[in-house]
Design a protein around this ligand. Structure first.
Ligand SMILES: Nc1ncnc2c1ncn2[C@@H]1O[C@H](COP(=O)(O)OP(=O)(O)O)[C@@H](O)[C@H]1O
Ligand SMILES: [Mg+2]
Length: 415
């Protein structure tokens, strides 16, 4: 029997809402006793940025990173603590730095998922490099952008190969749009992707460790209205397929905190976006689903620390490709086989059992916290810092209603 104390680090940019909720909930967890009767306590710290010695021993057991995708000093710190000390990271900078959306498309095509047809076009404006002119004159083939688009078929999307946050994404209906978007892309590397036109459902899933929530999404709504509270918007098989796709992408790339966008048309699930190292978990976008996300983040962090789960930065691509390459398996068979690999990677069964046996009290205390004054104050402050003054009352009532609905559903589930 031993006592361990784990320091969870938060590497943050401007976010204040979910970190405050996360910190409060970790404090609610208290001490956890594992199956060998060892006790685990948890402490929190927001990571600060300062010079670091490459041989210095880190104090953290696990770090949730929301910053390294644009701030490179802490990104290098993350790599250092991962390589030298096995600090557990959500997410690994190794794969999200090298495997952007483009790589994810390629890998998922290889695995047989219904990624829409996609072409990567060369830079509109060349990279600034002394050797470019010579190299391009020698090796760049002229190409016919219109012919490419016609081959894919309109409508289509032009979007950055490493996209995020809808920046530089355009829907292209004809040749005029096409040339305008390409001209505007400048030095950005762009995909042309066939649109899934007239889809019935946009399902956006958020995965945190071994848990995945598939939510109904409407990209045409303003931020506060994109997710709708809807429990049976997919039939069981399609819902399961969406979960499998999200979990598969994550297990494949070792991403543990990621969102995945899928469009569903005529029963086919098309994954279109799933390489998001820093998925949106704001109260004001997730609302009803925010408590689920925070609880999952707390439980996964606690699980990783208390069970001594080791980070893995080696990709087991061959195991996935061996399934992909089999000609005797149907799409459904392959999905089931990938799901088994993904659940193995995430230790889904062990995690579920850990939550049930070691965190049995957490559901109750979390429900109380979300129903109580501390969360309400956070909600009010978040609305005040997000919306203009004349909308405060309206949105405070709006979000209180949605969180209240979650609390009611959760209490019914627990009773
Ligand atoms: N192939 C597609 N078919 C239909 N809609 C798409 C397609 N690709 C992108 N979109 C729309 O554009 C939005 C942004 O594209 P996405 O690939 O998600 O870029 P980002 O990484 O910037 O979020 C999507 O949420 C979706 O609404
Ligand atoms: Mg997207």
């Amino acid at each position: 029997m031993s006592d361990a104390s784990h320091l969870i680090g938060l590497l943050l940019g401007t976010e204040e809402d979910w970190p405050t909720a996360f910190e409060a909930l970790v404090r609610q967890v208290g001490t956890v006793t594992d199956g060998l009767d060892n006790t685990h306590a948890f402490d929190l710290e927001r990571v600060t940025i300062e010079p670091f010695d490459l041989r210095a021993a880190p104090r953290h057991s696990l770090v949730i990173d929301r910053l390294a995708y644009w701030y490179y000093h802490p990104r290098e710190w993350l790599k250092k603590v991962a390589l030298t000390d096995d600090v557990y990271l959500l997410n690994s900078p190794f794969t999200f730095q090298s495997m952007e959306k483009h790589a994810a498309y390629c890998a998922m095509m290889r695995l047989g998922l219904h990624v829409p047809d996609t072409v990567l076009v060369p830079y509109k404006n060349p990279p600034e490099h002394a050797k470019y002119a010579f190299t391009a004159a020698r090796y760049n083939r002229p190409f016919d952008l219109d012919a490419l688009a016609e081959q894919l078929g309109y409508p289509l999307f032009m979007k950055p190969y490493d996209g995020g946050a809808w920046v530089g994404v355009s829907r292209i209906k004809d040749s005029t749009d096409l040339h305008r978007a390409y001209d505007e892309s400048g030095q950005r590397l762009m995909h042309l992707q066939k649109a899934v036109d007239g889809y019935e459902v946009f399902a956006r899933s958020l995965s945190i460790g071994a848990e995945t929530m598939v939510m109904r999404f409407d990209p045409d709504q303003p931020m506060h209205g994109r997710y709708s509270v809807s429990h049976d918007f997919l039939d069981a098989a399609t819902g399961d397929e969406a979960v499998t796709i999200g979990r598969l992408v994550n297990a494949f790339f070792r991403w543990e905190f990621n969102s995945c966008e899928t469009l569903i048309k005529d029963g086919v699930v098309y994954p279109i976006d799933y390489a998001n190292a820093c998925p949106d978990v704001a109260i004001t976008s997730l609302h009803y689903y925010f408590p689920w996300a925070m609880k999952a983040l707390v439980k996964w962090s606690v699980f990783c620390c208390a069970t001594g789960r080791r980070p893995r930065y080696d990709l087991d691509t061959r195991r996935y490709f061996d399934i992909a390459d089999r000609t005797d398996l149907s799409y459904a068979d392959k999905l089931a086989a990938y799901r088994a690999l993904a659940d193995e990677y995430f230790e889904t069964e062990r995690y579920t059992d850990f939550c049930a046996s070691r965190l049995a009290h957490f559901d109750e205390v979390a429900a109380e916290w979300f129903a109580g004054p501390a969360f309400d104050q956070l909600l009010v402050e978040t609305v005040r810092s997000t919306f203009p003054a004349h909308e405060h009352d309206q949105f405070i009532a709006h979000y209180r209603g949605l969180i209240g609905l979650w609390v009611k559903d959760e209490q019914a589930r627990l009773s």
